[in-house]
Design a protein around this ligand. Structure first.
Ligand SMILES: Cc1cc2nc3c(=O)[nH]c(=O)nc-3n(C[C@H](O)[C@H](O)[C@H](O)COP(=O)(O)OP(=O)(O)OC[C@H]3O[C@@H](n4cnc5c(N)ncnc54)[C@H](O)[C@@H]3O)c2cc1C
Length: 500
């Protein structure tokens, strides 16, 4: 087996596939290797959060996912009765999308195919290495050994990541101490309203309709909370646990998938070692609470994809952007740390709170979540809308407070109005994966003399109706390919400003 790839991605899960799309969009040759001969039919994830959808909208493909899923305006934190309200989030996607992971992966693989990504299934990565010039990957496909070389390697190979282990990157955290059961089963007498979420001294239960008579049942059973994750789940065991928590097993039968998952929580010590990067479950694992692992992983993938492509295409420029690849870890490791913290907190609330004190804690927090401020804080954290990067990647002109507050901020898909009377939207200009210098003050001078290759930046001049107050004092917003503002340039420019 040979390949002329510039980047090898280990793992064709949602993270590896999205990363490959992002690279291919920029013309980077990428080969994805996955040991499975076919995609997994079961869907671990059912929730796609609004920020992930926004990212797909940034590349013009969100419609494909929206067409296959169902928007839901609220979500949960630790299964507490007070729902998280996403409708107040400033986004064109202020909801979560109910969409099975298998569908997400199918759509990503189809898109990867359109972009010319080389996905090779049945190819198991067994060892990896690097030197100053590049990386190598050795493994076996259909009984035949292979060795491939490339400039960079990304481990998107899941929780037990071989790439991570071979790179010697520590993956420390909290061992699995609690487990829960999952079943995709038919219910002959489903709960009223078809969906159910409850928590009580016997445990917790979620019932989610998957279509027809098929339902996902997740049970946290106080009596079986210590059962090791390797112990197989039986239909009888799931039904008995469901009865203990809900007083009814809803006539469950014909299981399509039975599994157990744990609260094991680990975070890679670093996301990069030289030419090798980690993304997704390879970098972080945790209790699947609040539907976050795949979403955060896909957001890792986008963050890394355009940066790696920019460096490979020589577009990052010699000055100012030398640390572009380091910024991946600088930006995404704190997001992984926040994920680590919020899922451990949810683990305590869902898997350790059966006694009266724990029940009281749950009730108190649920009550507090009725307050809009706490509700919005948690909704922004779980959806990914709340992520803000701390520092600009480009050297920035002095812009004062009006500009400083834009650094690292996500911009939604603003409608734009151009001087000739035409309309567009911001994300349409970002669909090609390039930077956009959005000139919101027409009297500001044009031209770009920043640290970026001119071919990587599109100048767009437009007013942003309804955002005038927010943009007061700003002439240009320099927006990164992933829809975050790198920096803003002031309306009254100092002499050393980077616009000519
Ligand atoms: C019960 C449950 C429910 C969940 N619900 C949600 C949810 O609603 N929302 C959410 O965001 N997340 C959810 N998650 C988490 C989500 O499923 C994962 O975070 C997501 O699958 C991670 O994607 P990935 O691409 O990083 O890894 P994976 O999906 O694990 O993909 C890794 C790929 O790498 C391949 N691979 C591994 N080793 C090798 C090797 N040596 N050589 C070649 N290929 C290799 C594997 O075959 C696999 O295809 C849930 C998880 C569970 C368990």
């Amino acid at each position: 087996m040979t390949s002329n790839a510039e980047v090898i991605v280990a793992g064709a899960g949602p993270v590896g596939l999205l990363l490959a799309c992002e690279l291919a969009l920029a013309g980077v040759r990428v080969t994805v290797l996955d040991r499975r001969t076919e995609a997994v039919p079961q869907s671990r994830a059912l929730t796609m959060h609004g920020r992930t959808l926004e990212m797909l909208a940034l590349r013009g493909v969100a419609g494909r996912f929206l067409a296959r899923g169902m928007p839901i305006p609220s979500g949960h934190f630790a299964g507490l009765p007070t729902r998280l309200d996403f409708s107040a989030c400033d986004s064109s996607c202020p909801f979560t999308l109910f969409i099975p992971q298998s569908v997400t992966e199918q759509l990503l693989e189809a898109w990867a195919g359109e972009l010319g990504v080389d996905v090779r299934r049945g190819a198991t990565v067994e060892s990896t290495g690097q030197d100053e010039e590049g990386v190598w990957v050795a493994g076996t496909r259909a009984g035949t050994p292979f060795r491939l070389e490339a400039r960079y390697l990304v481990g998107a190979d899941g929780a037990r990541s071989l790439v991570r282990r071979q790179a010697g990157i520590a993956f420390d955290g909290v061992p699995p101490t609690r487990t829960a059961m999952l079943g995709d089963v038919l219910l002959s007498t489903p709960p009223p309203g078809r969906a159910l979420s409850l928590g009580n001294p016997a445990g917790g239960l979620m019932v989610v309709p998957l279509g027809g008579e098929l339902y996902r049942v997740i049970v946290v059973d106080a009596q079986e909370i210590d059962v090791p994750v390797e112990v197989p789940v039986t239909l009888d065991g799931l039904a008995a646990a469901t009865r203990r928590v809900a007083g009814d097993d809803f006539g469950m039968h014909a299981p399509q998938w039975l599994s157990r998952f744990s609260n094991q929580t680990c975070l890679a010590q670093s996301y990069r070692q030289g030419r090798i990067f980690l993304a997704g479950d390879a970098a972080h694992i945790h209790l699947p609470a609040g539907g976050q692992g795949m979403n955060v992983g896909m957001q890792d993938a986008m963050n890394l994809g355009w940066k790696l492509a920019g460096v490979l295409r020589g577009r990052a420029g010699a000055s100012g952007m030398a640390s572009l690849l380091d910024s991946y870890e600088a930006e995404r490791h704190p997001v992984g740390a926040a994920l680590y913290r919020n899922t451990l907190a949810q683990s305590a609330l869902m898997m350790e709170s059966f006694d009266p004190a724990g029940q009281a804690l749950r009730a108190t927090l649920s009550e507090l979540m009725k307050g809009p401020e706490l509700n919005a804080t948690l909704a922004h954290e779980l959806s990914g809308f709340g992520i803000r990067y701390r520092a600009a990647l480009l050297p920035t002109p002095q812009g004062g407070e009006a500009c400083a507050r834009w650094t690292g901020r996500r911009v939604p898909d603003w409608p734009l109005r151009h001087a000739d009377g035409t309309a567009s939207s911001l994300y349409r200009h970002l669909a090609g994966g390039r930077w956009v210098a959005l000139r919101v003050d027409e009297s500001a001078q044009t031209g770009w003399q920043g640290a970026l290759d001119g071919g990587w930046v599109d100048m767009v001049t437009a007013a942003v109706p309804g955002r005038e107050a927010e943009l007061e004092g700003v002439a240009v917003l320099v927006v990164r390919p992933d829809g975050y503002v790198d920096h803003a340039i002031a309306a009254v420019m100092p002499a050393q400003a980077s616009l000519g």
